[in-house]
Design a binder for this molecule. Structure first.
Ligand SMILES: N[C@@H](CCC(=O)N[C@@H](CS)C(=O)NCC(=O)O)C(=O)O
Length: 339
């Protein structure tokens, strides 16, 4: 675990001393957008036109932020349009690496780099900052388009629609305000909340974070009593963003990050919702529990110095969830049908 300073790699764990034991996530730095016609998006420069085969996604199968991009790539049928490399699950003194001595770790098939940080310095030789996944790479300009998952899933949602992407809009106009509102508190208290609890180095910081996690899970449990998905009866980007945290919750966050008040499987609605999305076509294929559990338990030496991987919960995600009958079958079929 480390970061780049003026293009030089330094092995350094998160600094929580300067923030009174609180973990503060830094902002992503590359914020360009792929658009259908190459015009600039909401941030960054233009010139990143959507083209089949031009872009490459670097992910970790362990990482919940990267996982969002893999799910959106799958739902939108972008597998043949945007290629992917998978880093090794261990993130140690060199950060993410391209070692491929682990099932489904692919190495760097584009440049044969050893480390992810080499892509950051290839794009910007004097780069200073954290070296994170997901990373969306432009093979043509040989640079980073974006290292922000929230932006990448929005690009995937519509930029490739004229290039053969599958139909489906996961950020539809009429729902945008409510999706944005959900994203904002779910990001802070759930997606990032589990990290704030797990990486806290003082009791108060942990207490605040863990209470925030369970307050929000209670709120979500109520919301999911009213409709099948967060904004109603169709799946949106807000669901995808929440779900990648929920799928890691019982297998990792309960024990490793000490988010142990309840398990997701203790909440009837959240657990049904977890299984509902798991059972949507293509979603389960994006999940790799070996990468997930190996990464967390073995990479965070300050949290789990022995590197012992816990026994793990017994969850049957294929069990029927009944949410389709309970809320109607939504417009799921139109979303997943071919264009
Ligand atoms: N804002 C980023 C956060 C990505 C992120 O923090 N990824 C983690 C993996 S789960 C990472 O690569 N961490 C390495 C580090 O912080 O040094 C996003 O959502 O894309």
């Amino acid at each position: 675990m480390g970061l780049l300073i003026d293009g030089v790699w330094h092995d350094k764990w998160y600094d929580t001393q300067s923030t009174n034991g609180r973990f503060e996530r830094s902002q992503a730095t590359f914020r360009h957008w792929i658009t259908a016609d190459g015009t600039a998006g909401p941030s960054g420069e233009g010139g990143f036109n959507a083209h089949r085969g031009r872009y490459h996604l670097y992910v970790s199968l362990a990482c919940p932020w990267a996982h969002r991009t893999l799910i959106m790539r799958k739902l939108k049928g972008l597998e043949k349009l945007v290629s992917v490399c998978v880093v090794h699950p261990l993130m140690l003194e060199h950060g993410w690496t391209f070692n491929h001595d682990f099932p489904q770790a692919t190495g760097d098939t584009l440049y044969h780099h050893d480390y992810l940080w080499q892509l950051y310095t290839q794009a910007e030789p004097g780069y200073s900052g954290r070296v994170t996944v997901p990373l969306l790479w432009d093979k043509e300009r040989q640079t980073i388009v974006s290292n922000e998952s929230a932006d990448i899933i929005r690009m995937f949602n519509n930029a490739f629609d004229a290039q053969g992407a599958r139909a489906g809009d996961y950020y539809p106009g009429p729902l945008r305000a409510s999706i944005d509102e959900l994203n904002s508190w779910i990001y802070d208290s759930v997606n990032n909340g589990v990290y704030k609890a797990g990486f806290a180095t003082c009791q108060q910081a942990y207490d605040d974070a863990v209470k925030g996690v369970f307050t929000s899970l209670a709120r979500l449990e109520q919301l999911l009593d009213k409709h099948r998905y967060l904004t109603g009866n169709s799946l949106t980007e807000a669901d995808i963003r929440l779900w990648t945290t929920l799928i890691r919750f019982d297998p990792v966050y309960v024990t490793h990050f000490k988010c142990d008040r309840y398990r997701i499987s203790d909440y009837p609605n959240l657990y049904g919702y977890l299984r509902d999305i798991w059972q949507l076509p293509g979603v389960a294929e994006t999940v790799n529990f070996d990468h997930i559990r190996t990464h967390y338990y073995r990479s965070h030496k300050t949290v789990n110095p022995t590197g012992i991987i816990s026994y793990g919960p017994c969850q049957n995600l294929d069990e029927p969830h009944g949410r389709d009958e309970r809320f109607g079958d939504a417009d799921r079929h139109s979303r997943f049908s071919s264009p």
